[in-house]
Write a protein of this length. Structure first.
Length: 95
């Protein structure tokens, strides 16, 4: 993400790897995902509302959450690696 007083706010995200890339033109709406192979569009919905609806449904119906604490830990590893790569300018490999 990029933002400054001199430029307009840009909420796009682009991730490159050896097998291709993924681009989210608007990270916050999540209405479009572009990979190096194809583009998919989705109905635009507030992602926080979706998360809260799922959480409430799990509590009221005794369902399992779609994502586990292990998923959260792995997501945090990826985010930390992205930050490290950005700050160092080097590739970061996760094993």
């Amino acid at each position: 993400m990029f933002s400054s007083m001199e430029g307009a706010f840009d909420a796009s995200v682009e991730i490159w790897c050896e097998s291709g890339s993924i681009r989210l033109p608007n990270f916050f709406s999540g209405s479009s995902v572009i990979t190096s192979e194809k583009e998919e569009t989705f109905e635009e919905r507030d992602r926080f509302s979706i998360q809260m609806e799922h959480f409430a449904d799990c509590i009221s119906r005794g369902k399992e959450l779609a994502f586990t604490t292990d998923d959260a830990v792995e997501n945090t590893r990826v985010i930390n690696a992205l930050k490290q790569a950005y700050e160092s300018g080097d590739k970061v490999f996760l094993h």
